[in-house]
Design a protein around this ligand. Structure first.
Ligand code: NAI
Length: 292
């Protein structure tokens, strides 16, 4: 495959903005796309502060930081992506919405372009079926936050070619990441194991076994995790966690993956976690946590 020079990222939320930042920091020209202009504005601000933190910790020179910022162009127009070598999708975790986007991207992207998805759990084979180029569709699952976390989980769909796999792996390694490979089953490796644990933490809270603080402290100090599962769920986004549990439940066909009613209720109430200022914990009034 020809050299990758231009990256496009569709979806400028917490993941898309971080992936765009990585691309620009590693010398690529980057298009960042979102249908929501406020999201693009938030992304530009968060990329700029994150790059500034890299500069202040001497992980990046001021000149390299400024260059990276200049290389990112924001747009709401998918047509701008016609010259991209790789397009990474990081929009909402919904199979139908992602499939519609993949079908649109297939028509716009150049024939050689790779279409990658940052999905946490959805079948790459089914996303690829919405395109005329399933050999060039692949899962490229970054961890949150992408500029910091070392791992990229690569998922091959049923028809993903060896060439697409090698180019995607090389791109992740260019970003300084360690790659793991998963077959295309719901949740892949990381979320197949992580999400049932988070869901079980919700059941532990829901059934009154313990307070949220004790659940998180128990898992932090008892199992040496850097964050407790409820705190981590707030960081990931409760809507994202719920979508992944639903994919596991349907895709693996076992009731042990049924989402906890408390997780469903929080999402229904708009308590989506840190990004909304409230989830399991209330980040607007740190000293007065919300009662479960
Ligand atoms: P988010 O909610 O922060 O951002 C999603 C963005 O996509 C929003 O700005 C929204 O306006 C935009 N969007 C929605 N539909 C669009 C469309 N058709 N075209 C263009 N933009 C569109 O979500 P987040 O957390 O960044 O997740 C994005 C993807 O990354 C999901 O598939 C999620 O499962 C996956 N992921 C999330 C992780 C996390 O910790 N939050 C970790 C790894 C993967």
């Amino acid at each position: 495959m020809a050299e990758i020079k231009t990256l496009a990222v569709v979806g400028s939320g917490q993941m898309g903005s971080g992936i765009a930042q990585l691309g620009a920091m590693y010398g690529l020209d980057v298009w960042l796309v979102d249908t929501d202009s406020d999201a693009l504005l938030r992304a530009t601000n968060s990329i700029s502060s994150s790059i500034q933190r890299f500069v202040s910790k001497s992980h990046l020179s001021q000149a390299a930081g400024s260059d990276a910022l200049r290389r990112i162009k924001c747009t709401a127009n998918l047509e701008d992506l016609h010259s991209a070598d790789v397009i990474i999708e990081a929009i909402v975790e919904s199979e139908n919405v992602k499939k519609k986007l993949f079908s649109e991207l297939d028509k716009i992207a150049k024939a050689s372009a790779i279409l990658a998805s940052n999905t946490s759990s959805i079948s790459i084979t089914r996303l690829a079926s919405a395109t005329s180029r399933p050999r060039q569709v692949i899962g490229m699952h970054f961890m949150n936050p992408p500029p910091i976390m070392k791992l990229v989980e690569i998922v091959r769909g049923a028809d993903t070619s060896e060439e697409t796999f090698s180019a995607t792996k090389a791109l992740a390694e260019r970003f300084g990441k360690i790659v793991i490979c998963s077959q295309d089953y719901s949740g892949f490796i990381v979320n197949r194991i992580l999400m049932p644990m988070i869901n079980e933490a919700f059941f532990t809270l829901y059934t009154g076994v313990a307070t949220k603080e004790d659940i998180d402290t128990g898992m932090k100090l008892g199992t040496n995790h850097p964050m407790g599962p409820l705190e981590l769920a707030d960081f990931i986004g409760l809507d994202v966690c719920l979508s992944i549990m639903r994919v596991l439940h349907v895709g693996l066909g076992d009731n042990k993956y049924a989402p906890c009613p408390l997780l469903v209720q929080y999402v229904d109430a708009g308590r989506l976690g840190r990004k909304r200022g409230i989830g399991v914990y209330d980040y607007r009034k740190v000293s007065e946590p919300v009662k479960p």
